[in-house]
Design a protein around this ligand. Structure first.
Ligand SMILES: Cc1cc2nc3c(=O)[nH]c(=O)nc-3n(C[C@H](O)[C@H](O)[C@H](O)COP(=O)(O)O)c2cc1C
Length: 367
């Protein structure tokens, strides 16, 4: 059965990879979004790809329960249209977005490029999304058994001095629909966005978001204090990273997602390396793990870290956990390897963990 399924994906991939990368992306996400309306489709996906629930892989992070630590990264489902299908494909949590307060079309096409020899992608999408109100409608009837996270950003036209207003507006509109929120200040494709990662801009933004959450909690007794994460870039210098960590620590933010895509082009082979944008996939793997290790060291393990960048195998995911990540996320690996990847990683992670003498994956974090 496993061979059959893998063969089907290889066949589908051979067709998808002949299409323009963004067209293939839309085709896949649109098809997945329709699965909830096709009788039997989600149960079938679940039967093929669901990761059997077991205590040894389960995780508790910021008061949320995860059946296992492998989640979907932001950007694959920017509008939150296919959450049920991601869950059926075995993801232990799902991050949708980046969403901005107003809909925006993003950068000019083409803006997504494959680098197959490098197992990488370059994108300069520029937060194309339907906006917070439309995402709300998409998520309204979504019911999941795993946590749904919402990644929030600012509109391109909003100047950095007023960026906090966009993040707050997203939080207010979408608070009821996510179990956690990720403040994205690390996309390289919105001019100036990464400047929000350091200094006064960072402090002001985090204070505004935190205060907005407190106000929501005061006004709506039923909601509770939902975790807030900040997603950072892999391209920060050591000094900038230290600055970012201290801003996060003094702001009651609950955790860090590390990392977003990189501007580096080191070691690439494919001609698409000349395209502008953020690079993801294998070439990002070591740098993102290094950032996780530095963050874990700098925070003494006191702040949950979510690892993202170049995960293609169980070893890649496990390395990030041992470097200090409590949870990990996948994007580019899913594009290259297909839906069986989550289950494969979960199984491999269990083997690695047992070989290292851990009974539970939570014991391996930062060890
Ligand atoms: C096409 C594309 C679009 C992305 N869009 C977003 C986004 O909207 N928000 C975000 O925080 N990260 C976004 N990312 C970054 C991913 O969430 C992830 O952090 C990064 O790609 C590294 O993981 P990977 O190597 O597994 O892809 C995007 C990545 C890709 C490839």
């Amino acid at each position: 059965m496993k061979v059959g399924k893998d063969m089907i994906y290889e066949w589908a991939k051979s067709i998808l990879f002949r299409m323009d990368a963004e067209k293939a992306h839309h085709l896949v996400v649109n098809s997945l979004s329709k699965m909830k309306t096709v009788p039997g489709a989600l149960p079938l996906l679940r039967r093929l790809d669901e990761v059997p629930r077991a205590d040894d892989l389960s995780m508790q992070v910021c008061g949320l329960s995860f059946p296992h630590p492998i989640g979907l990264s932001a950007g694959l489902d920017k509008n939150g249209v296919a959450a049920e299908a991601w869950e059926a494909m075995g993801f232990g949590f799902i991050e949708v977005g980046t969403v901005t307060p107003k809909a925006q079309s993003g950068n000019d096409l083409p803006r997504l490029f494959r680098l197959p020899e490098d197992y990488a992608l370059i994108n300069r999408m520029g937060f194309n999304n339907v906006g917070a109100e439309a995402m709300k409608a998409n998520l309204e009837h979504t019911q999941l058994r795993v946590p749904l996270w919402i990644n929030i950003g600012k509109n391109k036209v909003t100047p950095n001095e007023r960026a906090h207003e966009d993040y707050v507006s997203n939080l207010q509109r979408l608070y009821a629909y996510g179990e956690a929120f990720v403040v994205n200040v690390s996309s390289p494709n919105t001019p100036g966005l990464r400047d929000l990662q350091t200094g006064n801009d960072m402090a002001r933004l985090l204070a505004a978001v935190r205060e907005a959450r407190e106000a929501i909690v005061r006004e709506h007794a039923g909601f509770g204090r939902k975790p807030l994460f900040v997603k950072i870039a892999p391209d920060l210098t050591d000094e900038q990273l230290a600055d970012t960590v201290s801003a996060i620590q003094s702001s009651s933010i609950d955790g860090i997602v590390a990392t977003n895509t990189t501007l580096s082009r080191a070691g690439l082979q494919h001609g698409n390396q000349r395209e502008a944008g953020g690079l993801s996939g294998k070439p990002l793997q070591q740098r993102s793990t290094q950032v996780i290790r530095e963050l874990y060291g700098a925070t003494g393990g006191g702040l949950p870290i979510i690892g993202s960048g170049g995960i293609f195998t169980a070893d890649d995911a496990y390395d990030k956990i041992r470097a200090g990540a409590s949870l990990v996320q996948i994007y580019t690996g899913f594009v290259y390897q297909g839906p069986g990847l989550v289950k494969q990683i979960a199984q491999g992670m269990r083997v690695r963990m047992k070989a290292d003498g851990f009974q539970r994956i939570s014991q391996a974090v930062g060890q």
